[in-house]
Design a protein around this ligand. Structure first.
Ligand code: HEC
Ligand code: HEC
Length: 341
């Protein structure tokens, strides 16, 4: 990997000014150093479906249960069944017939809650995920044997192994052969739309490729609001405010004007939403707070403040003059803000 990075930098150096280019070999050599074997090993922790990369060790269901209650139950529930912080990891719906066939029959029933253990086809994924990412608040804090024990406990909750089972690198393949949905993985269809075509169809094309722009994968309506209403959130990425994902009635209940009346497009188009959100302070006050402070007689005042900017009404941060906003947009926004409470 490091030799690749160096080659990339050398290629860049060729187009840099002559003074640098003449000495680029030593300049490049001064940047960074090869990773040590220990550093590479610290990153190289992935466990593959055939268990390549799995460190040797073992852990019992019983030890896993104690660890689970100490480190995992607070978020996932005592039996992995909580639907609060994340969807349930285990919640029944796995039968001896599924373990026999390698396909979880309940997955075909849209009314059944889908759990991690119902869906996952490779045990290595659970092992690897817990090892690298859990507990959520302290990832990579578990010892190898603790990960084995926790995986064993989850398997026991799913009736895949008995309570006296001890999971180890020696018998993990045997358990893989009992995973209830081990034949469930397919690349035949899209992620969300199981009647659509695959999201990605491999091809070696690198230029002038024939791309099918038909969207075959999308969030279904019931999943739109899974992370709360995007319109009300300040996020690290994506447009702000985001689209309305909550049912409109939630907004009505919050006392906000309905989306059809709210001049959100104008606020976005004029750059207001970089500093203001609908509710709650961002850089400037929330628009709902402004609406609560003034009344219908303040349209002209608000137009002046928006056009000319100002400071000291809501705090020490200044609002810059919004000179570019056109008169019609200014009028619409000021009237919308001057509703009073
Ligand atoms: C502070 C809350 C919290 C704690 C504690 C916690 N988890 Fe999680 N866990 C989560 C969240 C949130 C996710 C989903 C993360 C994501 O998708 O980015 C998750 C995901 C998982 C998954 C993957 C499920 C899937 O279908 O993708 C497993 C397995 C898991 N946790 C096991 C554990 C184990 C084992 C422990 C204890 C060592 C633990 N968790 C502790 C919050 C927690
Ligand atoms: C660079 C950040 C920024 C931008 C962009 C911005 N504002 Fe502000 N806005 C503020 C700050 C900060 C305040 C608080 C000023 C104060 O305390 O007097 C404020 C205050 C306001 C007020 C209340 C004024 C008062 O006297 O109570 C209104 C109305 C307002 N902004 C509307 C808008 C509109 C409409 C836009 C877009 C055309 C916009 N703002 C763009 C930062 C911004």
């Amino acid at each position: 990997m490091f030799s690749w990075v160096k080659a990339g930098l050398a290629a860049l150096a060729i187009v840099t000014p002559a003074a640098v280019a003449s000495d680029y070999t030593s300049a490049i050599d001064a940047i960074g150093r090869p990773a040590t074997a220990e550093e590479v090993a610290a990153w190289d922790i992935d466990v593959r479906p055939d268990f390549q990369g799995l460190p040797p060790g073992s852990g019992s269901v019983e030890d896993g249960e104690a660890l689970w209650l100490e480190k995992c139950a607070v978020c996932h529930g005592d039996f992995g069944d909580s639907n609060e912080v994340f969807s349930p990891l285990v919640l029944g719906n796995i039968t001896p017939e599924d373990i026999e066939s390698g396909r979880v029959a309940a997955l075909t029933d849209p009314a059944v809650v889908r759990t991690t253990l119902m869906k996952v086809s490779t045990l290595s994924t659970i092992w690897d995920y817990i090892n690298r990412a859990m507990p959520w608040n302290a990832p990579k804090s578990l010892s190898t044997d603790e990960v084995y024990a926790l995986v064993a406990y989850l398997l026991n909750l799913g009736y895949i192994v008995d309570y006296d089972f001890v999971l180890s690198n020696d018998n993990i393949q045997d358990v893989q052969d009992m995973m209830p949905n081990r034949y469930g993985m397919t690349t035949e269809h899209g992620l969300w739309s199981v009647s659509g075509s695959p999201d990605v169809v491999g091809s070696n094309c690198v230029s002038d490729c024939d791309v099918d722009v038909t969207v075959t994968s999308f969030l279904p309506d019931y999943a739109m609001n899974a992370h709360g209403n995007l319109r009300d959130q300040v996020r690290d990425y994506g447009p702000f405010p985001g689209i309305q994902t909550a049912p409109e009635t939630d907004q009505d209940q919050a006392g906000m004007p309905s989306a059809s009346e709210a001049p959100e497009q104008l606020l976005m188009a004029n750059g207001c939403t970089g500093c203001h959100q609908l509710e709650g302070q961002l850089v400037g006050p929330g628009f709902a707070d402004i609406q609560g402070k003034y009344g219908p007689d303040k349209v002209e005042y608000l137009k002046g403040k928006i056009r000319n900017g100002g400071a000291g009404v809501w705090g020490s941060m200044a609002m810059p003059p919004m000179a570019a906003i056109d008169d019609a947009a200014l009028q619409t926004i000021a009237e919308w803000l001057a509703v009073g409470n």
